[in-house]
Ligand binder design. Sequence first.
Ligand code: GDP
Ligand code: CA
Length: 316
Amino acid sequence: MRITVLAGGVGAARFLRGLRAAARDAEITVIGNTGDDITLSGMRVCPDLDTVMYTLGGGVSEEQGWGRAAESFTVQQELAAYGAGTDWFALGDKDFATHIVRTRMLTAGSPLSAVTETLCRRWQPGVRLLPMSDDPVETHVLIEENGSRRSIHFQEWWVRLHAAVPALEITPTGAAAATPAPGVLDAISTADFVLFPPSNPVVSIGPILAVPGISEAVRAKTVVGISPIIGGAPVRGMADACLAAIGVQTSAAAVAAHYGSELLDGWLVDEQDKAAVDDPELADIAVRAVPLYMRDLPSTAEIARAALDLAAELRA
Ligand code: GDP
Ligand code: CA
């Protein structure tokens, strides 16, 4: 079985651990969001790709859900002593090594897909991890402060401002001119199913679908998504602030309607949201209610199994 998953960071990475356990013989390809990527202290940082790689490779900080376990911050402290650091974005010493390898390879002319493959040789995530594109894409957020509007990097809005300033627009800058990375369209077209993990629909899945060719390829497949929204709120993070920016309500049903039946064939909601199963607005999407909290590996594998069962049923 071939499964292709569009992925953001923490929500996707945790789901993928469950999927890997639920589908041991499957060939899993992960198409990672690069809209979160940012250059800090001269280093190219790819937060979502790294979260997936560290989580599946066993190196992630379990408490945070991102970054390396047992991390120290000497380099960042030394940079700060020069007045040259970024105090709002944590970059640990172990993490720095990843960014050094990546930046060195990119500077020497390697595409991000080749860099990612090299990094994964160490981590052996058990899936094929592809960036959505080798072309730079950065999600930007339009905000208004003291009466004037300005566009800032998504990370600055999310991490420095904690998404507390309303986003007027969220744009995956560069996506429209980007091409899917090598292997991306092929991984979608040859997949038995495409899954959307419970990732942020606006800033994780949105930028991937904004790369020309990807949403067309996905639309042709059997697609099952898992709601990141339970009981009208994100399980973690501030996805509600992103949904508000695009005029979508923070509910499992509204997120499914936002993707639409062209894209989604099936949608898993939590038992709390079981009203969505009979929602007339979702008449063309097969909605199932199952427990959706990824508490541990067994409960997460159970969610992945429910997604695979629904996909198999819809494909038949
Ligand atoms: P990010 O890039 O690190 O923000 O990660 P993603 O975009 O992949 O995932 C973020 C989303 O995961 C958030 O909107 C959360 O609501 C969702 N999420 C986190 N934990 C859970 C969980 O246990 N169950 C479900 N259904 N969603 C979750
Ligand atoms: Ca992210």
